[in-house]
Design a binder for this molecule. Structure first.
Ligand code: GTR
Length: 416
């Protein structure tokens, strides 16, 4: 029954359709006070409070990322200097862990603009793999498990030739490269296939001493933790590549991968700009608000994303010692951007805005302005100084509109 429920929820179309029993009435969201940020000074925040909050997220939500996984090995497997019609250089990099041979490793695709010597870079995982992100037909097809999907021509859990480019509208490579930014991406399923037993073939089993027999305990990591770890390994590689300005890395993700980019940005301060695109429940949306997806729904459908303890807050989100304004605040004082979509009620657009608003006092400790406005802005009206926010026309997705705001925001903060 639970598998069936998970399967149904995994269909994005269905996830976006209002479902019975799910609240979409602002008058009924509940009015639970948020946990106190306990603000004192910027120094105190950095030294004490921030690490305390990271630990709360480890203990109650995502689990702790093991620090002793091993040293990654990087192999550049192919370089093409005239990719995208000469606009870019494209590289493939295989990242593996020699001391964990059970993990098959991940294949990173990196595009750097030929017009720039050392480019700031957006780093993000994809739902479909490199061949789905790019429209270039010589990108190797990903061979790992994928969720069956007729529209994307994923058959018997494998991508096919017809799956090429199926995610390209979410990755406007030419637009990004023309603005002087690089893009590094990999398939999230290379790190851990996204289903209840996926961890058995992924990094988590390869790392755990009990392998595929591991019984996950409270405080141990889930899939989001593993995916976030993968983002940091991409950053490790980028630090070795001269075509990338590794002092300017932005981490980006959509939906479940937006929850992942927030967690990666929280743990790894090399990501100087953090982007949450429609991350919703378990991401930017305040968990105490009962609107759209709830802690109960997400922990029932996707328990493998989180540490087991998170499930205990299913019927009582208010008992959880964190809420998502604290998640956003973990990026401070670095720039962060939260994007909602006007039809994406499932993700609770207002809850996403409010977490930015209530994280803003942390930025104030550093003498910086957060979202600046008090009320959620009108549709298609980007706001914010160090915490950017917009609610774009349309559905749960990543569009050129979203990217335009991220590129403008990055250019403004990085002077590029
Ligand atoms: C939904 C899930 C959301 C979001 C989304 C996605 O089914 O309920 O939290 O993560 O999937 O990743 O597309």
């Amino acid at each position: 029954m639970r598998t069936l429920f998970a399967l149904l929820l995994a269909t994005t179309a269905l996830a976006q359709t209002p479902r019975p029993g799910v609240n979409y009435d602002e008058a009924k969201v509940g009015n639970h006070p948020l946990p106190d940020l306990k603000l004192t000074t910027a120094e105190e925040w950095t030294k004490t409070r921030r690490p305390e909050i990271i630990k709360l997220f480890e203990d109650h939500v995502f689990g702790k990322t093991p620090s002793d996984i091993g040293t990654p090995k990087f192999e550049v497997t192919a370089t093409k200097t005239d990719a995208l019609g000469g606009l870019a250089t494209r590289k493939f990099i295989h990242i593996s862990l020699p001391n964990r041979p059970a993990w098959p490793g991940m294949d990173v695709m990196l595009y750097t603009p030929n017009a720039t010597q050392s480019a700031p870079c957006f780093v993000g995982l994809s739902f479909g793999g490199n061949h789905a992100v790019s429209q270039e037909t010589d990108v190797p097809l990903n061979t790992r498990w994928q969720r069956d999907n007729k529209e994307k021509n994923i058959i018997n859990h494998r991508a096919t030739e017809a799956s090429r480019g199926t995610e390209s509208s979410r990755w406007p490579l030419e637009m990004i490269l023309k603005r002087g930014f690089a893009v590094a991406t990999a398939y999230y399923g290379d790190i851990e296939p996204d289903h209840a037993d996926g961890w058995k073939e992924g990094l988590r089993a390869a790392f755990s001493k009990d392998g595929a027999n591991t019984v996950w305990k409270d405080g141990e990591w889930g899939a989001i933790g593993a995916w976030a770890w993968g983002l940091s390994r991409i950053a490790d590689y980028l630090e070795t590549d001269k075509q990338v300005d590794s002092k300017h890395l932005a981490v980006i993700g959509h939906s479940r991968l937006g929850k992942t980019s927030l967690w990666a940005g929280a743990q790894d301060e090399r990501f100087g700009f953090v982007i949450s695109n429609n991350s919703g429940e378990g991401g930017a949306a305040l968990m105490r608000r009962d609107f759209g997806e709830t802690t109960a729904i997400i922990t029932k459908a996707f328990p493998h994303w989180f540490t087991p303890k998170y499930t205990r807050y299913a019927s009582n989100a208010a008992a959880c010692p964190i809420d998502m304004h604290m998640f956003i605040a973990l990026a401070a004082p670095r720039p962060i951007y939260i994007a909602s979509a006007a039809e994406d009620h499932w993700a609770d657009q207002k809850g996403e805005f409010l977490s930015g608003k209530f994280a803003s006092p942390v930025y104030a400790l550093f003498g910086k302005k957060g979202v600046v406005v008090d009320e959620q802005p009108a549709i298609d009206t980007p706001v914010g100084d160090f915490i950017g926010y917009h609610n774009r026309t349309g559905k749960h997705d990543v569009t050129d509109y979203d990217w335009t705001q991220y590129l403008n925001f990055a250019s403004r903060h990085w002077g590029k």
